[in-house]
Structures are given as structure tokens and as C-alpha cells.
Design a protein around this ligand. Structure first.
Ligand code: F6R
Length: 242
């Protein structure tokens, strides 16, 4: 595990963007797992800047997003499809047919999950998976539970997640109660994992995730078992690490 702490958000975003771009430069046909939420916004901005400066092409890249809300119209501004379009996909040369996000409006969600896993399998292994961290230790939307599910599945979002994501909606009642998420089995199969965590409000949970007991009560703690984990933190998130 390689943990790096940054004293500025810009430097952290630049470092994360460089890891993703470096992966694509060495593996032009890279399969990249992507995250949404507040944490990666600045990273995507940096990637778009680098693309506009001609540093990188995404022509041959394939992406798989971690998750999508269930029953939120795809063109809703807070759908993860809208988020990815406005923060990244609309600004780079990644062919639309090569970006994958679970369809949260699928008539048959179980079939959608099966097809998502199949598409990941067919693309080969995920070369680099970008992750954020939930306040309750979730990765993707794998919430704390007695047992975790390996593959893509429908999940009931935890109360903490509804509360954390209420900031993106008019009220907590508008936050979708379910999502489709990649499972922890798929996440852990990625060749390399890049976990990015920002803010003092994540200081306790990142400490628990990286140094606490490995337990399904803190899904991110399973990352301790991954052979190629890079953790980028801002100094506030790193505040409680020894
Ligand atoms: C998003 C995702 C979530 C977020 C996590 C942190 O696709 O899978 O695990 O990474 O909820 O969200 P932020 O970055 O908004 O604090």
C-alpha cells in the first residue's frame, strides 16, 4: 500500500490525474473504472485540461463506472450518467460506445447487473479502478453489511449515504433509495486501485479502512488485501493517521 498526502487540493488532483493518464499512456487500450461524487470532480477537471493540451487520447480506452442510482431518469442532473457527461465524457475523445454506466432504469435490474458483469469480463481485467470513500466505509455503493456481494447488484443505500448525498438534491427525500453498484469482488479484481479521500470528515473512516480490522462492516477495509493500492489523501483526511 502506497499512501501519499498532499497539502493542496490542486496537487492532489494533479497527482491523481497523472496516475490515470500515465496508465493510459502505457496501456492505450486501458480499462479504467471510474467513480462519481464530490471527490473526483477536480481530478476530472485536470484530466480535461490535460486532454485539451494534447497530452492524451482516450480513443481506445474503455471505462466502467462503479454505480448509478435506481429509477432516477438518465437525464436528471444528478444521475451519474449526467455527472460523467458534464464532468468528463463531453470534453474528451472517449467513444460513447466505450463508456459503461449501469442502467438504473433497466426494466429487469437483475439482468442489467448480469450484463454489466459480463461486459467487464469481456473487456478483460480493469487496469485501474478509481475509488472515493463513503463516511461509513462504503466503496462503490457496497454498504457495511454482514456479507458483501461479489458482483454487480442492486443495493439499498444506507441512511448515512442518503444523508451525505442529500447535498446534491433539493432534499433528502429526493435522494434515490437504491443504486446499482459494482460488487467488491469486481473492485478487488482490478490490477491497480487508486483510492482518493479528501476532508477532515473522512479522517476517522480512512484510518479505520487502512489500519483497522478487515471487516465487511467497513467495506473499504478489504482494500488492505489488494496488492497494488495507491491512496491519495489531503492533509485533512490524513489528520488521524499515525
Ligand atoms: C461514487 C461512489 C461512492 C463515492 C463515495 C464518496 O461513484 O461510488 O463510493 O465515492 O460516496 O463520495 P464523495 O466523493 O461525494 O464524498
Amino acid at each position: 500500500m502506497n499512501i501519499i498526502t498532499f497539502d493542496s487540493d490542486d496537487k492532489l488532483n494533479e497527482a491523481a490525474a497523472n496516475i490515470i493518464i500515465g496508465q493510459i499512456q502505457t496501456t492505450p487500450r486501458a480499462v479504467i473504472g471510474l467513480a462519481t461524487g464530490g471527490t473526483p470532480v477536480g481530478i476530472y477537471k485536470q484530466i480535461v485540461n490535460d486532454y485539451q493540451r494534447g497530452m492524451i487520447s482516450f480513443r481506445d480506452v474503455t471505462t466502467f463506472n462503479l454505480d448509478e442510482y435506481v429509477n432516477l431518469p438518465i437525464n436528471h442532473p444528478e444521475s451519474y450518467r449526467s455527472y460523467m457527461n458534464s464532468n468528463l465524457f463531453d470534453h474528451i475523445d472517449l467513444p460513447a460506445s466505450q463508456c459503461h454506466i449501469p442502467d438504473g432504469n433497466a426494466a429487469d435490474p437483475a439482468e442489467e447487473c448480469r450484463k454489466y458483469d459480463e461486459a467487464i469480463e469481456l473487456s478483460g481485467q480493469v487496469d485501474l479502478q478509481l475509488l472515493g470513500l463513503g463516511h461509513n466505509g462504503h466503496i462503490g455503493f457496497n454498504e457495511p453489511a454482514h456479507a458483501l456481494i461479489k458482483g454487480t447488484h442492486v443495493v439499498d443505500l444506507a441512511q448515512e449515504t442518503l444523508e451525505a448525498n442529500a447535498r446534491f438534491f433539493d432534499s433528502i427525500d429526493d435522494v434515490p433509495k437504491q443504486a446499482i453498484t459494482m460488487g467488491v469482488g469486481t473492485i478487488l479484481k482490478a490490477k491497480k486501485i487508486l483510492l482518493v479521500v479528501k476532508g477532515a470528515d473522512k479522517a476517522d473512516i480512512i484510518k479505520r479502512a487502512l489500519h483497522g480490522t478487515i471487516t465487511t462492516d467497513c467495506p473499504a477495509s478489504l482494500l488492505q488485501t489488494h496488492p497494488n493500492l495507491i491512496v491519495l489523501l489531503d492533509s485533512a483526511a490524513a489528520g488521524k493517521l499515525a
